[in-house]
Design a protein around this ligand. Structure first.
Ligand code: ATP
Ligand code: MN
Ligand code: MN
Length: 361
């Protein structure tokens, strides 16, 4: 082949933490299809296949341009026979028959609807489905239905900003040296999210949990709390990091539904102003790690989920280390590695630093 016409393609890493993935996804037509397949496998408890499609989607999201032919896809990591066949079908006719079939499947549609309710996972959705509940009946599931319309609507950047201001005022009225950080999808530069995630902490050792409960109390007094699920800390420094991604972290946290007034939002509320209420309900997560664990929590809560999974997999497989939201443990040296910034953690792992806006894996 003529060396002047063939462009050398940089090898794509099998780890999302060695790829730079912005929110600009050139391969949405393929990744949307893969996510449907991943979800469908998940609903059928075929975790291996589900993860395979999530990984394949994540690889495609990191590519700088759209896949034009099968040749572009064949050498990529995690693109197996099945995902290649789906790409081929989409390249040929613009859609995948298999995905269309799933999207019109009664069980799939129903489980997806049930799981869109805050607090409802696959187990509950399955149970309801088996009972023959094909759609919601008001009053049947009071907790999940709390503000269902509002919280199933996306949160805008301006709304996230307004909530940040409210929580910032609240936190600093309690302790002037408190630290509030926006994390989750909005820290990665997303324009919309399903919730808003914050880390709240204080340099005063051991006071962070008290700070969180004081914040909740104050929000309550301001009449802003519509729902609060508070989880006390079960953090234990003597435990080694748990590299399994799905394990929840042990810091004090709360899953909230807050009332956000339109008057606080620059440019007004996102679509909800029409019904004349002038406010909307928004899902907010607050987590309070001790300052010493701040960097690990920030890295863990910034996401994306696929990025976090691969950070942990990389640490384990390539470095013989255990990483979670609390700590990084070197199994060879048998010691915990301290970090005050995310950069420290990437450096410990021997990884190039990846900016939050490049973690949309
Ligand atoms: P979205 O915009 O849809 O909210 P997101 O990336 O912010 O997307 P979240 O579900 O809010 O998604 O989660 C944010 C990050 O926090 C993820 O990386 C997730 O792994 C992490 N996370 C969320 N809940 C917990 C928890 N209880 N324990 C540990 N990590 C968590
Ligand atoms: Mn979020
Ligand atoms: Mn969240």
């Amino acid at each position: 082949p003529d060396a002047t016409t063939s462009t050398p393609v940089a090898k794509v890493s099998q780890y999302a933490c060695q790829r730079r993935t912005t929110t600009a996804n050139s391969n949405k037509i393929f990744t949307d299809a893969f996510e449907v397949l991943a979800e469908s496998y998940e609903f059928n408890e075929m975790e291996g296949q589900s993860l395979a499609f999530r990984r394949a989607a994540s690889v495609l999201r990191s590519l700088p341009s759209k896949i034009q032919s099968l040749r572009d896809a064949e050498s990529l990591p995690f693109l197996g026979k099945h995902s290649i066949a789906v790409i081929e079908e989409i390249l040929q006719c613009g859609f995948s028959m298999e995905v269309q079939k799933i999207l019109s499947n009664e069980r799939f549609k129903t489980l997806k609807l049930f799981m869109s309710v805050f607090g409802v996972g696959l187990k509950t959705a399955e149970k309801w489905y088996r009972k023959g509940l094909l759609s919601f009946t008001r009053g049947l599931f009071p907790t999940g239905f709390l503000h269902y319309g509002d919280i199933s609507r996306a949160v805008s950047k301006a709304e996230a900003q307004a909530l940040g201001n409210i929580i910032d005022e609240t936190v600093h009225a309690i302790t002037s040296d408190a630290l509030l950080t926006l994390t989750g999808g909005f820290r990665r530069g997303k324009d919309f999210g399903h919730d808003v995630d914050f880390i709240v902490t204080t340099p005063e050792m051991g006071k962070e949990e008290h700070l969180l409960t004081a914040v909740i109390e104050s929000l309550k007094h301001q009449g802003l709390i519509l729902y609060c699920d508070y989880r006390a800390s079960t953090f234990d420094m003597s435990r080694l990091p748990n590299h399994k991604f799905d394990a929840m972290d042990h810091f004090a946290k709360c899953f909230l539904i807050l009332r956000l007034d339109g008057s606080r939002v620059e440019g007004g509320l996102c679509g909800a102003e029409g019904d004349g209420r002038g406010w909307r309900a928004v899902r907010v997560d607050l987590v309070s790690p001790p300052m010493k664990q701040y960097a690990f929590t920030l890295l863990g809560w910034t996401g994306s989920k696929q990025f976090e999974r691969d950070l942990r997999r990389f640490a384990q497989k390539e470095r013989h280390m255990l990483l979670d939201n609390h700590a990084l443990y070197d199994k060879t040296k048998r010691e915990l590695l301290a970090a005050t910034t995310e950069q420290d953690i990437f450096a410990h792992l021997g990884l190039q630093y990846i900016e939050p806006c490049q973690r949309n894996a």
